[in-house]
Write a protein that binds this ligand. Structure first.
Ligand code: SF4
Length: 215
């Protein structure tokens, strides 16, 4: 059955159009282990995935485990991620997180969102990204793109990322959560830009609430 939210947007149609538009939607951070994804996601705050990938290609060649990060030392870690914003705090958080993973989790990245959120530098969004992309556990991370696009489209109305996450999780079945996250990010990065959305060329312009509100 076709689902509609309170704004009467056909969410199945939104999903299908986005999937047709972005059949290759996926996590754009490069990683080969849960730990690498955890570190890449911490590093991605206020940075593009492209820049993070450049930095992690070099970093992970030297250190891609908690032990490796500890051996590197916090100062050298800082030097390696210096080209990214907030590098001092990110290095501190990654170093502390590595220590905690070794001490409390046998060096493994936990699969539990609540446990992940106790690690320095790991918020709700990062924890959801890690469990869904590294472990295939249903989770729906709401970053700035997902938040903006979902609200503009009218498939969510929440005023906080957590509220939007709850709304999207009620609309879509759990097996689609990770893909919904990627599709909305692709839409936000490639068409529905923050400052100037490209509504003219948007495949959703016929159903988008933002368009209907200004007409
Ligand atoms: S029609 Fe415009 S505001 Fe709506 S999703 Fe597309 S780009 Fe964004």
């Amino acid at each position: 059955m076709t689902k509609k939210n309170s704004l009467k947007i056909d969410t199945d149609l939104v999903f299908n159009i986005l999937l047709e538009t972005f059949p290759d939607a996926r996590c754009e951070l490069e990683f080969s282990t849960p730990f690498e994804l955890l570190i890449a996601t911490i590093l991605s705050a206020q940075c593009t995935d492209e820049r993070v990938n450049i930095v992690t290609a070099s970093l992970f060649a030297n250190a891609n485990t908690p032990e490796g990060i500890i051996s590197l030392g916090q100062q050298e870690l800082e030097n390696k991620i210096r080209s990214l914003g907030l590098f001092h705090n990110k290095a501190k958080n990654i170093f502390e997180t590595s220590k905690i993973l070794l001490k409390n989790f046998g060096g493994q990245v936990p699969k539990d969102v609540d446990l992940l959120r106790q690690l320095p530098g790991v918020g709700r969004k990062t924890a959801n990204v890690v469990v869904s992309n590294a472990y295939g556990i249903p989770a729906l991370a709401v970053d700035t793109h997902v938040f903006r696009v979902a609200r503009r489209l009218g498939i969510a109305e929440g005023k906080t990322p957590q509220r939007v996450e709850e709304e999207l999780k009620q609309i879509f079945p759990s097996e689609k959560w990770t893909l919904v996250h990627h599709l909305l990010i692709f839409q936000g990065r490639r068409i529905c830009y923050a400052r100037k959305p490209n509504c003219e060329e948007c495949p959703l312009k016929g159903i988008c609430a933002e368009i209907r509100n200004v007409e």
